[in-house]
Design a protein around this ligand. Structure first.
Ligand SMILES: NC(=O)NCCC(=O)O
Length: 384
């Protein structure tokens, strides 16, 4: 499995496929071409100074007579953890705050309206270890923890909605932990929070040791820049999870993730893109970058030798649109900011073309699923 030395699928295609064929390859792999955004040169200069990648694309929609274009710019942030995982907890959090602050400054220069960070962005993805301390010390209150207060300042300063996925400690309910995304309005107020609905039990993703499946359903957040929702990481494998956010009216669904090449890299380009098509919304898939080494060896009962790292987090964050088009991915190896300009009118336009909501037969599935989950259910299988 390739590590940092293999930069990206896009770079490989550009290098090896002749231009005429490349156009056809991209048409099939990426859908209708996205326009490159003309971002300010000082944004590129700052990104280069701060050593992160900056890319920008725009999705178009047809003009309508009765609705003006509903243009919104989203920012997707992918990053490595800047300090070793055995550095003091407070120093690791502070270093991540500093790194993200620098990236958000550039996002603001690029006119970003809604920004989303990666899953549990304030910590290493240490759930593989199944150890409690020091990792549980990274948990914070969603309402008024230091990271939420930090994001409130960013939101207000830059007039940007911030989606901040953290490890939450819920002090109101026995100090339990959750995998949560806090949504902060551009006014600086906390709009609310949403929790990871599906917890992986695969490979080293030993997350069920730390928190339970979310209990907040599928909230959608009304912002001045459209209705947004957050489907955290492993939830992207569950089509019903995406569907419920869409049924509740989400126009943009963020998918902050932490996933490794050996497990999911071939699924990555498919799942969020398919969700955008099936639910006529925009989806924003974000993954962290690099290898994180932990002080103590761990195993996961899968016959692999004890090891000290999770594997390679392959970045490759991208945005997909309801017409099936998508941006190229950010690199597999560098911190990055992906800016995408969306015209939200495309959501309803695609719904009208494909009629997925109209033809969805939800009442039939509601009835059949209600039966299928009963303990005495017996599947309808007809035999000779
Ligand atoms: N963080 C997380 O849920 N990872 C699970 C692995 C995957 O969904 O690719």
């Amino acid at each position: 499995m390739a590590g940092a030395e293999w930069e990206s699928l896009e770079q490989c295609l550009e290098k090896h496929i002749p231009p005429a064929e490349l156009r056809e390859v991209k048409r099939i792999l990426y859908g209708k071409e996205t326009r490159k955004l003309d971002l300010p040169s000082r944004a590129f200069e700052a990104a280069s100074r701060e050593d992160f990648e900056l890319q920008g694309y725009a999705f178009e929609a047809a003009e309508e007579q009765l609705r003006r274009p509903r243009i919104v710019r989203v920012g997707l942030v992918q990053n490595r953890v800047p300090l070793p995982t055995d550095a003091p907890v407070a120093e690791q959090v502070a270093a991540l705050h500093k790194r993200i602050e620098a990236i958000v400054e550039v996002a603001a220069v690029c006119g970003v309206n809604v920004i989303c960070f990666q899953e549990v962005w304030t910590m290493p993805f240490a759930f593989c270890t199944r150890e409690k301390l020091p990792w549980t010390e990274f948990a914070e209150s969603a309402e008024d923890g230091p990271t939420t207060r930090f994001c409130q300042k960013l939101a207000k300063k830059h007039d940007v909605v911030v989606v901040s996925p953290i490890l939450e400690r819920d002090g109101e309910h026995g100090d339990v932990l959750w995998n949560t995304a806090v949504v902060i309005s551009n006014s600086g107020a906390v709009l609310g929070k949403t929790r990871k609905n599906h917890i992986p039990r695969v490979g080293d993703f030993n997350e069920s040791t730390y928190y339970m499946e979310g209990n907040l359903g599928h909230p959608v957040f009304q912002t001045p820049f459209g209705r947004i929702a957050v489907n955290i990481c492993y939830g992207r494998h569950h089509p019903l999870n995406w569907l419920m956010y869409s049924i509740n009216g989400a126009e943009i669904i963020f998918n902050p993730s932490a996933t490794i090449g050996a497990l999911s890299e071939s699924l990555w380009p498919i799942e969020a893109r398919n969700a955008a098509i099936a639910n006529h919304c925009f989806t924003c898939a974000i993954n962290r970058v690099g290898v994180e080494h932990y002080p103590n060896e761990f195993t996961s009962g899968d016959r692999k030798k004890a090891h000290c790292d999770f594997g390679y987090f392959y970045g490759s964050s991208y945005v997909a649109a309801p017409d099936g088009s998508r941006t190229p991915g950010l690199s597999r190896s560098r911190d990055g900011l992906l800016v995408a300009e969306l015209n939200l009118n495309l959501c309803r336009q695609m719904n009208d073309v494909w009629n997925f909501k109209m033809t969805g037969r939800y009442e039939m599935y509601a009835r059949e699923l209600a039966e299928a989950v009963k303990p005495n259910y017996s599947p309808t299988v007809l035999k000779e």
